[in-house]
Design a protein around this ligand. Structure first.
Ligand code: AHM
Ligand code: MG
Length: 292
């Protein structure tokens, strides 16, 4: 007879259980980060559900058009931003929020302030929304010394000072990858339970990979070293096999694949974007934190 445990996971390491375990390693902790993370997880669940419905609604003509009242349907990225801002503010653990969707940083009402600053891109890879290709949320968390007097300058901390970072990929499954500084773990959303369950413990990027990932359409604007490097991926001179090209155009998905399969993902600076296209605070720093 089959044991249930052969078919089902019966000892579920939910993301909450994992974060609480991590918390218990710091006896002085009051659980603020745990509470903040649980609000971020809620935001991810909401966006996952909205992303799933967006395609359906469009197919049946219910979304994307101006309705009879002349109201414009909210775009998914604006909706996601609202969800995360509300989730982060209501956690009572944040003092400053920096979102890709907002021109200015949000300073939380002093009554609701906590010690964390969160930099996030609520829905990255927007060009992939309408065709149902993977998109994601990216976040990085910093601690602020004095929440009451916090200034914008204090928010501009180096990436190495981040205390936690993660991303959630809305793809063929919904996967949340998180690090609070002690290893990187991946959790998959079980829609029937509404819980993220640990499916990728202690992720380590393979030391060598067979994939390179870059928007080659930008090649004419690259500098010589970048162009030479990519050329070598295709025409290796050391007798090795050429690398495969994979490029989704959603950083979360391209980084996720790189983390699991190895290889390289790059978005180099070029003549068109001399400082690179990806934004350092809510895209590059959190992803670099996880990669390291
Ligand atoms: P977005 O924040 O407007 O969605 O842009 C960021 C995205 C990244 O996810 C991705 O790596 C990159 O832009 C793709 O850019 P391109 O379409 O130029 O290849
Ligand atoms: Mg983005």
């Amino acid at each position: 007879m089959d044991h249930a445990a052969d078919t089902f996971r019966t000892d579920l390491m939910t993301i909450t259980r994992h974060v609480l375990n991590e918390q218990s390693r710091h006896p002085e902790s009051r659980g603020d980060l745990t509470i903040l993370l649980s609000h971020i997880v809620l935001g991810c669940k909401f966006v996952a559900s909205a992303v799933n419905k967006a395609g359906l609604a469009k197919l049946t003509g219910l979304a994307g058009e101006t309705n009879v009242q002349g109201e414009e349907q909210k775009k998914l990225d604006v909706l996601s931003n609202e969800v995360f801002v509300n989730a982060l503010v209501s956690s009572g653990r944040t003092c400053v929020l920096v979102s890709e969707e907002d021109e200015k940083a949000t300073f939380v009402d002093p009554k609701l302030r906590g010690k964390y600053c969160v930099c996030f891109d609520p829905l990255d890879g927007s060009s992939n929304i309408d065709c149902g290709v993977s998109i994601g949320t990216i976040f990085g968390i910093y601690m602020i010394k004095n929440q009451d007097t916090v200034t914008l300058e204090e928010v501009l901390q180096p990436g190495k000072d981040m205390i936690a970072a993660g991303y959630c990929m809305y793809g063929s499954s919904c996967t949340l990858v998180l690090s609070t500084g002690n290893g990187v773990n991946g959790f998959t959303l079980d829609p029937s339970l509404g819980e993220f369950i640990m499916t990728h413990p202690d992720i380590k990027i393979p030391p060598k990979g067979k994939i390179y990932s870059v928007n080659e359409g930008n090649a004419k604007n690259w500098d010589t070293p970048t162009a030479k490097y990519v050329e070598k991926c295709k025409y290796p001179t050391d007798g090795s096999s050429p690398k495969s090209l994979r490029y989704i155009g959603s950083m979360v998905a391209d980084v996720h694949r790189t983390l699991l399969y190895g290889g390289i993902f790059l978005y180099p600076a070029d003549k068109k974007s001399p400082s690179g296209k990806l934004r350092v605070m809510y895209e590059v720093f959190p992803m670099s934190f996880l990669m390291e």
